[in-house]
Each structure stands twice: as structure tokens, then as C-alpha cells.
Design a protein around this ligand. Structure first.
Ligand SMILES: CC(C)(COP(=O)([O-])OP(=O)([O-])OC[C@H]1O[C@@H](n2cnc3c(N)ncnc32)[C@H](O)[C@@H]1OP(=O)([O-])[O-])[C@@H](O)C(=O)NCCC(=O)NCCSC(=O)C[C@@](C)(O)CC(=O)[O-]
Ligand SMILES: NC(=O)C1=CN([C@@H]2O[C@H](COP(=O)(O)OP(=O)(O)OC[C@H]3O[C@@H](n4cnc5c(N)ncnc54)[C@H](OP(=O)(O)O)[C@@H]3O)[C@@H](O)[C@H]2O)C=CC1
Length: 416
């Protein structure tokens, strides 16, 4: 490999790394001071560690799932997300509350094999299923003790060259990526030994078709009423919005982004891998060959009914869940004691988040509520200090469409 000045950067001490970066990009002493923040946990969690990057954490109120109230911590940089999730939770709590159920809890993975007869491989796997499961489970010291283990195996033709041996495993309380990867590599080695197959790769899949949570909720018409629309009209308009996400992928992408506003924020707060959750959500949304909204809303005789079915590949243990100190505290704040509860609560936040966004979209429009709460961020981004912030925001609220020029002008006036 070619040599660069960054070779073995990771072997340098923390201070040496900071100094090198400061020199390279010309950081001031003040900037260095802000950056420098050695942490034993973080230094050992990731590579080339520089600093902890703080994101704001807030809490969703009024989320009621299966009769129990949960305060759900959310980590996000986006104004109005937590207000909206609380708004949607309160609306849903005014109905039957949210009913949630974990439909399946298996992580899948694949061993991709090249140029081997499909029929021979299928026959071998069918005939040696117990042995194959024993190899998989035997590669993980404790998976059976955790109530998990290999559950299913199948063979799937990919094209004329490639075949996938698909394994599904109950990962216990863990997200299970490392767990299943260990198992897949063990089974791959065993297949190589038994059949002399050529294995191209052995890896979990983030298409999580068998780790599904379903949440349902209803909102009475009375709770949806606005100054200018009846509750029934609002409900019908939300059902229309839901339909549009079914038929138009332009809209479906935004509809699902709204759901993930809540889900990602909670997943991060619980110390989980949000890329896995994102990847699973969007691939699931496209599973029928057409990308669509993950939730559906319809009007019943008494109110609005919402439904969300979504993969939720998270863990209550493992990954960073017990390493990041805040993740543990957040599990306690949310009053979740196992992975299934956590899956349900996170999906419920997604449904509530979606409801609030749709209600805003079909009534006042998104900008009114969102921009009102975005004003703090607009003011700070344009240089307002903590002391100036209340006055600046107050003046911005009185304007029709405030922007950065307005903030700068207000600041000039204040600083005269
Ligand atoms: C912003 C609101 C909530 C205002 O909503 P509102 O109707 O003016 O609020 P309200 O004063 O009637 O309050 C209702 C409840 O909302 C919550 N709430 C209200 N204000 C706060 C606050 N400051 N902090 C915390 N919680 C708040 C709180 O639970 C409150 O109940 P209360 O406690 O007063 O009895 C509403 O307009 C809303 O839900 N808007 C949706 C905003 C949103 O979705 N933001 C995400 C960013 S936009 C986006 O990324 C996705 C999107 C929208 O494109 C997705 C899509 O297209 O589908
Ligand atoms: N594509 C992807 O999504 C990928 C994700 N990852 C990463 O993998 C990590 C998640 O994998 P995961 O296997 O969960 O991680 P870990 O290996 O961190 O955690 C699983 C381990 O937790 C221990 N454990 C303790 N109690 C339990 C229990 N009740 N049930 C199950 N396990 C228990 C077990 O180890 P023991 O018995 O030794 O205590 C188990 O092997 C995340 O960090 C993710 O980012 C990695 C590769 C790819």
C-alpha cells in the first residue's frame, strides 16, 4: 500500500493526534480547547478518536403504549421534532392509546455461494438442518442460554451464478449483528468443508423481514378539530395524505422521513445502530417492488385510525447500549426492561411523529409550527448570543417570513 503522512495515525497519543490536526488545518487555541475532550469510553469505542460530539437530547411526553405511559428520550438536532412527537402522542393518548405488538424477532443473514448446483445445495441443507443449526449455535458460546439460536434456514437462487443460504436466528436481547455474523462464518466454513463450495461472503442482511413490530392507534374526531376544520375533515385529509404516500414514491420518501424523525432520535438515545434501523425501514418500504409509506391512516365511524408495521433491528444489550452511560439512563427514563418493549416504544414514537406531521401538513401547513420552533436555531446560527436570543426570537415571531437577513438586522439594532 502507498505511504501517506497519516499512516499509523491511530497509534499516536490523543494529544499527538489533536496537535497534528490543529497544525494541518490551522485550528486556534480556542478551537482546540473546544475539541479537546478525551474520554476513556469513547476512545475505546471508535477509532482515531478526537472528541465527543454532543447532540441535544429531549423527552417525548404522553406516549401511551399498551396502557403504560412512557417518557421517551430522543436525540436530535432538528427543532420541532420532539414537540411534534409529544403532540402526536397526546392525540393518540386521547383515543385508545397505542397498541403495539412484536410480530417476529429473528435476524437474518446470508452465505453467498458461487457456481454450485442449486438442487444439490438445497438437498444438502434440507437433509442436514439439525447439524447446520448445531454448527451455528455451537459457534456462539451462550446464545442458547439467552433463549436464542438458529431457527430457520433456506436456499435462494440469486442468478445463474450465485445462491444464498439464508439463516434466521433469534438473537435474544441483542441486536445480533455480531452474533449472526459469527454463526454465518462458522456455517460457511462447515459448508466449504462438507461440499467444497466457493463462498463469496457470509454476512447478516439489513433487510429485516422477520424482525417486525406493529403499532395501531386511534384518535377521536374531537381531538383533531382545528379553528377552521372539523375533526372529521382533518381525519379525512390525513387519510388522503396517507393514500398519497401509497401511490407516489416522491411523497412516500418524505412521509417515511417524518416517521424516522422520531424513530432515529429514540434509537440513538438508546445507544443503538440507527443506520441498521434506517436501512431496514427503507428496504422494507420497498419490499413489494414499489417504495411506499410505512404507515397507513384511515377514517372509521368515530375517528382516525393509524397503523405502522416496521422492522426494528435493535438490541437491549450489546453494541453500545451498555457502554454509553446515557443509553443506560435512557432505558430507565423510558421504563423499558427488555428488547421487545423497546421495539414497541420506538415504533410507537414513529406513529405519533407521523400523525403530528400529517396533521400539520393537512391543516396549517408544516411551516407554521415547525418554523416557530426553528426560530431559536435561525437566531443562533446567525450569531445571537444567549442573552440576545429571547429578544431576537420575539421579534422574529412577529414577522411573516423571517430569515437570516432579519436576524442580522435585529442584532445590529440591539448592538448599537
Ligand atoms: C409544532 C407543533 C407541535 C405545534 O402544535 P400546536 O398545535 O401549535 O401545539 P399546541 O400548543 O396545541 O400543543 C399541542 C401539544 O404539542 C406539544 N408541544 C407543543 N409545543 C411544544 C413545545 N414547544 N415543546 C414540547 N412540546 C410541545 C405538547 O405535547 C402540546 O400539549 P401540551 O403539553 O401543551 O398540553 C405542531 O405544529 C406539530 O406537531 N407540527 C409538526 C412538526 C414536525 O413534524 N416537525 C418535524 C420537522 S418537519 C419534517 O422533517 C418531516 C415532514 C413534516 O416533512 C414529514 C412529512 O412530510 O410527513
Ligand atoms: N450491518 C450491520 O447492521 C452491522 C452491525 N454491526 C454492529 O453490531 C452490533 C450489534 O451486534 P450484537 O451481536 O448485538 O452485538 P454484541 O456482540 O455487542 O452483543 C451481543 C452479545 O451480548 C451478550 N449478551 C448478554 N446478554 C445477552 C442476552 N440476553 N441476549 C443476547 N446476547 C446477550 C452476548 O455475549 P456474551 O454471551 O459473550 O456476553 C452477545 O454475543 C452493533 O454495534 C452494530 O452496529 C456489526 C456488523 C454489521
Amino acid at each position: 500500500m502507498m505511504k501517506t503522512k497519516w499512516d499509523h495515525f491511530y497509534k499516536k497519543t490523543y494529544q499527538q493526534r489533536l496537535d497534528l490536526i490543529a497544525k494541518e488545518v490551522g485550528l486556534s487555541a480556542d478551537q482546540l480547547n473546544k475539541l479537546g475532550n478525551d474520554s476513556t469510553v469513547s476512545r475505546n469505542l471508535i477509532e482515531n478518536f478526537l472528541t465527543d460530539y454532543p447532540l441535544p437530547e429531549g423527552v417525548v411526553t404522553n406516549l401511551k403504549v399498551n396502557g403504560q405511559e412512557h417518557l421517551v428520550p430522543m436525540v436530535t438536532e432538528e427543532p420541532s421534532v420532539i414537540a411534534a412527537a409529544s403532540n402526536g402522542s397526546k392525540l393518540l393518548a386521547s383515543g385508545t392509546g397505542i397498541k403495539a405488538e412484536v410480530l417476529s424477532h429473528l435476524i437474518g443473514g446470508q452465505i453467498v455461494i458461487k457456481d454450485f448446483p442449486l438442487a444439490k445445495l438445497t438437498q444438502f441443507v434440507d437433509q442436514h438442518r439439525p447439524e447446520l443449526f448445531a454448527v451455528a449455535n455451537g459457534s456462539h458460546p451462550h446464545i442458547l442460554q439467552y433463549g436464542g439460536g438458529a431457527q430457520k434456514v433456506g436456499v435462494r437462487k440469486l442468478d445463474e451464478h450465485f445462491t444464498s443460504v439464508d439463516l434466521a436466528v433469534d438473537p435474544g436481547e441483542a441486536m445480533g449483528a455480531n452474533t449472526i455474523n459469527t454463526m454465518l462464518e462458522a456455517v460457511a466454513a462447515w459448508l466449504q468443508q462438507k461440499l467444497a463450495v466457493t463462498v463469496t461472503m457470509a454476512i447478516l442482511t439489513n433487510f429485516e423481514a422477520e424482525r417486525i413490530v406493529q403499532v395501531n392507534g386511534t384518535v377521536p374526531f374531537s381531538a383533531l378539530e382545528t379553528q377552521s376544520m372539523s375533526g372529521e375533515t382533518v381525519a379525512k385529509r390525513i387519510a388522503d395524505a396517507s393514500r398519497i404516500a401509497e401511490i407516489d414514491h416522491y411523497r412516500a420518501a418524505t412521509h417515511n422521513k417524518g416517521i424516522m424523525n422520531g424513530i432515529d432520535a429514540a434509537v440513538i438515545a438508546f445507544g443503538n445502530d440507527w443506520r441498521a434501523v434506517e436501512s431496514a425501514a427503507h428496504s422494507y418500504a420497498a419490499k413489494d417492488g414499489h417504495y411506499r409509506g410505512l404507515s397507513q391512516w384511515s377514517v372509521s365511524a368515530t375517528g382516525l385510525a393509524g397503523h405502522l408495521t416496521i422492522p426494528m433491528p435493535i438490541g437491549y444489550v450489546g453494541g453500545a447500549t451498555k457502554v454509553l452511560p446515557l443509553a443506560k439512563i435512557n432505558q430507565q427514563i423510558a421504563q423499558v426492561t427488555n428488547v421487545r418493549e423497546e421495539m414497541k416504544v420506538i415504533a410507537a414514537v414513529g406513529l405519533a411523529q407521523n400523525l403530528a406531521a400529517l396533521k400539520a401538513l393537512v391543516t396549517d401547513g408544516i411551516q407554521k409550527g415547525h418554523m416557530n420552533l426553528q426560530l431559536n436555531s435561525l437566531a443562533m446560527a446567525n450569531g445571537a448570543t444567549r442573552e440576545e436570543l429571547p429578544v431576537v426570537v420575539d421579534r422574529l415571531k412577529k414577522m411573516k417570513q423571517p430569515d437570516s437577513t432579519d436576524v442580522k438586522q435585529i442584532l445590529r439594532q440591539l448592538r448599537r
